[in-house]
Design a protein around this ligand. Structure first.
Ligand code: XMP
Length: 517
């Protein structure tokens, strides 16, 4: 599949959303880091139909600002600059960008002054529209050969264009839902201005990936870290379609899985697929290494390292193993590292990305690295994977390890497993499981006083978390009716020794995250 649109990332947390919007249109796009331009220049950038310059935290006039050379602007490929991307365009074409007292954060209104291809059939001249801004630098002088298409209420340049060169700049963020018809602006750039092809669908992705896996792997063997969740199952089936018996799946029982989960996954996998599957019981190993550790990032790094150690040990028993396949997704990559070289803040080290040790003997094979979760589910359907796998709630690799806040002990694991099982079974009984993106329990490292019978209790708090989401990037807490939630709380307190209080978490993401660590 040919990349149609290239997004050059300058470190904005929103770059992934631009990619999302373009995929939603059915067009294949890729994000490349600004500091790897030379590497990507010939292979990707020159062959793309349109280039988007993302936002970013820098100022174009600061000493170490990420800038672009003139090559990109000489290609004749349509360019859209968003926020920092617009300022970069202005800077390059000798306009002026300066710090302003009139910072615009959040919702703002823009006035449309004239027609432009970028807003054609979306925004009309002499009308005002709501957009979402996040900037403190502004354009104080528009470059020669560019025209102003819109101004904000504060008279700040909001849209500019160079019609002849097909270069457009937006000071606001069209990728954010709060910008009225923002995704249509992106669509105008992608389809009408850049004339990109709508050839991104799961069937073409599947065919292309199978071809690429065959080519990369050759006659070598691959081991696949399987967790039984959607991502690793889809990874395994996809690789199996490409290389058949050269694939060996390894399921590691970390001792940090949900109640009865290892047994269920093993039997479900063996029943449905004819793929070599081995289960390693490593619970003692994991629990020992995590003893005394409370810091979330340390936990994640230890778990990531242990997984790799086990995979490497096992691969030595087999001959000719060169690759470790993982179900890493695009959001894991974005949230763990400055995904595309941009200066992002690390939020969590996902066990399969930032949690990996620096030195590894196996090469990673991650065919889902460019996909969002809902796209993986579609791919799963395309591959004929049964609903039992596809509709499972996501479960993070570090498992209950990042849901037991504070120290992980066998007793606390047992308590959380029991509470979680009550919560999940209640959801299934009430036909709520499939309406929720992800639900689970979390054990807090504090105790509170309660009373049971005539006795004082001093036990731990269990948090119920249930969220709705499209792809895990943003999420809202699920609205239960009070009866359901209080019945659940009662069941947990009455049946799980060690918990005497249950709370429901109403935080959305952002500002929260779905998991607690
Ligand atoms: P957060 O907590 O960052 O989670 O809002 C977003 C989604 O990612 C899952 N998650 C992980 N999945 N390894 C994984 O495979 C990890 O280390 C990891 N951390 C979080 C999380 O459960 C949610 O669905």
């Amino acid at each position: 599949m040919k990349t149609q649109i290239i997004i050059i990332d300058f470190g904005s947390q929103l770059t992934k959303l631009i990619a999302r919007r373009i995929r939603e249109i059915g067009v294949f796009c890729e994000v490349v880091p600004f500091n790897n331009i030379e590497k990507n220049f010939k292979s990707k950038i020159v062959n793309s139909r349109g280039i988007i310059l993302s936002g970013g935290p820098s100022s174009v006039y600061s000493k170490n600002a990420p800038l672009l050379g003139d090559k990109i602007f000489k290609l004749g490929i349509p360019i859209l600059g968003i926020c920092y991307g617009l300022q970069l365009i202005c800077n390059f074409f000798k306009g002026k960008v300066e710090k302003s007292d009139k910072r615009e954060f959040g919702k703002a209104n823009i006035n449309i002054l004239k027609k432009s291809a970028i807003i054609d059939q979306i925004y009309e001249p002499k009308k005002m529209y709501k957009v979402w801004m996040s900037h403190s630098d502004i354009i104080t002088k528009i470059p020669k050969d560019f025209e102003t298409v819109a101004l904000s209420e504060n008279s700040i340049l909001a849209i500019i264009e160079n019609k002849k060169k097909k270069i457009f700049g937006l000071q606001f963020h069209p990728e954010v839902n709060q910008t009225v018809k923002g995704s249509k602006i992106i669509s105008n750039f992608v389809l009408r201005i850049s004339k990109a092809k709508k050839d991104w669908n799961m069937n073409s992705f599947k065919t292309d990936m199978i071809y690429q896996i065959k080519k990369i792997v050759g006659k070598k063997k691959v081991i696949c870290g399987l967790s039984g969740g959607v991502d690793s199952t889809v990874t395994a089936i996809l690789i199996n379609k490409a290389i058949g018996k050269q694939l060996q799946c390894i399921f590691v029982d970390t001792g940090l899985m949900r109640k009865n989960e290892p047994q269920e996954i093993e039997s479900l996998f063996k029943k449905n697929f004819n793929i070599s599957f081995v289960r390693l019981n490593a619970s003692t190993f994991f629990i020992k290494k995590l003893k005394g550790i409370s810091d979330p990032e340390k936990k994640r790094k230890i778990i990531g390292k242990l997984f790799i150690e086990l995979f490497e040990q096992y691969s030595k028993k087999l001959r000719n193993v060169f690759f470790l396949a993982q179900g890493t997704l695009y959001p894991d990559v974005i949230e763990s590292i400055a995904a595309s070289g941009g200066k992002k803040v690390i939020i969590k080290s996902h066990h399969n990305v930032g949690g990996l040790p620096k030195k590894m003997n196996l090469n990673l094979l991650e065919p889902l690295r460019e996909l969002f979760k809902d796209e993986v589910r579609l791919l799963g359907k395309e591959l004929g994977i049964p609903k039992d796998f596809i509709s499972r709630h996501p479960f993070p690799g570090p498992g209950l390890g990042i849901r037991i806040l504070g120290e992980i002990t066998r007793t606390r694991i047992k308590i959380l497993k029991e509470a979680d099982s009550i919560f999940i079974n209640s959801l299934k009984e009430a036909n709520l499981y499939d309406k929720i993106w992800q639900a689970f329990c979390v054990l807090l490292p504090v105790k509170t006083v309660g009373v049971m019978g005539d006795n004082r209790t001093y036990e731990q708090i269990c948090i119920l978390r249930a969220v709705t989401s499209k792809d895990g990037m943003t999420a809202d807490s699920f609205h239960f009716d009070h009866k359901f939630i209080s019945e659940c709380a009662n069941k947990i307190v009455n049946n799980v020794k060690g918990i005497n209080r249950v709370c429901y978490d109403c935080t959305s993401k952002p500002p929260g995250t779905i998991e607690y660590e």
